[in-house]
Design a protein around this ligand. Sequence first.
Ligand SMILES: Nc1ncnc2c1ncn2[C@@H]1O[C@H](COP(=O)(O)OP(=O)(O)OP(=O)(O)O)[C@@H](O)[C@H]1O
Length: 151
Amino acid sequence: MTNNTEVNRHRPDVSTFKSEAASGKRPEGFSWKSRGRSFGYAFNGLLHAFKTQHNMWLHSLAAIIAVCLGGILHISKTQWAVILLCIAVVFSLEIVNTAIESLADFVHPQLHPKMGLVKDLAAGAVLIAAVISFIIGCLIFWPPLWALVKG
Ligand SMILES: Nc1ncnc2c1ncn2[C@@H]1O[C@H](COP(=O)(O)OP(=O)(O)OP(=O)(O)O)[C@@H](O)[C@H]1O
C-alpha cells in the first residue's frame, strides 16, 4: 500500500505545469529546459520508489551482490550485458508495479476484488522477472564461483 504522506512529500511542484496549461503553452515544442524538467520528474519518481518500496531495497541488495560478483569473477562483456539487463528489468517492473498500486489506491481506495487482482497481476510481473533474474545469476556466477572455491 502506498503511503500518501510520502507521495505528497515527493510529488513535483506542478505550479509550472498548471500555469503553462492555463496559458495554453502546452503542448510545447522541443526545448532542453522542458526535457530537463521531464528528467527531474522521472528522477522524482525513482526517488519515491526507493524511499517507500521495501522491495526496491531487496532488489538493490541483489544488484550490488551481482555487480560485486561480476567484478570479482571477471565475467565477460556479454555476461555483464545480461546481468545489467536483468537489473534494469527488475527495477523497471518494480517501479511500474508501484505506479499501478498508487493508481489503484487513488482510483479505488476501498477494498475491491478487481483492485486486488490488478495489484496481484502487477506483483506477479515483478516476481517472474526477479525469479528468472536469480536463475540467470546462478547460471552465470555458479561455474566461476565453484572453480574459485575448488581452487
Ligand atoms: N484495494 C484492494 N482491494 C482488494 N485487495 C487488495 C486491495 N489492495 C491490496 N489488496 C490485496 O493485498 C495485496 C497487497 O497489497 P499492497 O498494496 O499492500 O501491496 P504490497 O506489494 O504487498 O505492498 P508494498 O507495496 O508495501 O510492498 C494485493 O496484492 C492484493 O491481493
